[in-house]
Design a protein around this ligand. Structure first.
Ligand code: TPP
Length: 295
């Protein structure tokens, strides 16, 4: 399958939602359901997407359960156990949770569900902040980015969560981006065939939280990947592979300069980010994932 237009599965979402214009997380969910099909149960942790599927808006044609921000993954374990006990087979169980719910508040339940080896796909729709409650810093916020709780820029490095999940010894972990739908959907299909837990960190450029016009959402995501700020890769049974390698990385300034959250950066700070990305890519291209420090 080469393009989104050639997809055969019916769309499992319908129009009508209270989300911001250009919301990447709703696109990420639509694509996930299109990749996985209607035999899918979605578990959501509190966040923007909770508003997407809340009365009077019911845009999904699949089952949907909203759980507390701490325990989406524990819910996946419970649903998988119920399906097992009732003899129901070939049903995908997915968690669709924001980065605040994943990197921070719900991390313990995610870690435990993975430790138990339960079969489910955890998709973190990663807009790099707690967007729904006013764009506060999360563990996924990149260094130096403005958020409402880091008005002078985030002083911390972002948590290397894909590495942390891979270190659990789980069979499949990957990064993805809504601007690269075929790469994302291929990873989802692969994850659905794995007999155990899988984790996909899906970059979702948030127009509202990052400060750019909603019409540029896909472009910002493309630039994240083409500049090397968000590498696309997978780790299957411990084996690291880049799934997209730009012929030559574009300067990261092209990605940063489109966003309000990086407007305060000096030339020196931009150069420093560029240096970090170059170092990271030097190692990633050699397959030295564990030595590479993510920007
Ligand atoms: C224990 C707990 N703390 C705080 C909240 C308030 N809360 C609701 S949604 C949300 C933001 C979640 O952020 P994220 O997971 O990144 O999803 P996004 O808002 O970006 O969609 C917060 C903090 C909550 N529901 N439960």
């Amino acid at each position: 399958m080469k393009s989104v237009a050639s997809l055969k599965n019916e769309s499992l979402t319908v129009g009508g939602s209270p989300l911001c214009a250009g919301c990447p997380a709703s696109l990420g969910l639509k694509l996930a359901l299109q990749a996985l099909g209607k035999n899918t149960i979605v578990i959501n942790a509190s966040g923007c997407m909770t508003l997407y599927v809340t009365y009077p808006y019911m845009p999904l044609k699949t089952p949907w359960i909203h759980l507390a921000i701490e325990n989406a993954a524990a819910g996946a374990s419970g649903i998988r156990a119920a399906l097992r006990e009732t003899g129901k087979k070939n049903i995908n169980v997915i968690c669709y949770a924001g980065d605040g719910a994943t990197y921070d508040i719900g991390f313990q339940s995610l870690s435990s569900a993975v430790e138990r080896g339960d079969k489910f796909i955890y998709i973190c729709y990663n807009n790099q902040s707690f967007s729904n409650t006013g764009v506060q810093k999360s563990g996924a916020t990149p260094e130096k980015a403005y958020t409402t709780t880091t008005p002078k820029g985030n002083p911390f490095k972002r948590k290397p969560l894909v590495k942390i999940m891979a270190a659990h010894g789980m069979p499949y972990t990957a990064t993805a981006c809504v601007s690269f739908p075929m790469d994302y959907m291929k990873k989802l299909r692969k994850a659905s065939k794995i007999n155990g837990p899988s984790f996909i960190d899906l970059l979702c450029p948030c127009p509202t939280g990052w400060g750019f016009h909603s019409s540029r959402m896909v472009e910002v995501g493309k630039l994240a990947v083409l500049t090397g700020a968000w590498p696309l890769y997978e780790i299957e049974n411990g084996k690291f592979k880049l799934t997209y390698t730009p012929a030559k990385l574009l300067p990261v300034e092209r990605y940063l300069s489109l966003q309000y959250r990086f407007k305060h950066l000096s030339k020196k700070e931009i150069n420093e980010i560029q240096r970090k990305i170059n170092e990271e890519w030097f190692l990633l291209e050699k397959g030295k994932y564990w030595e590479a420090e993510e920007y």
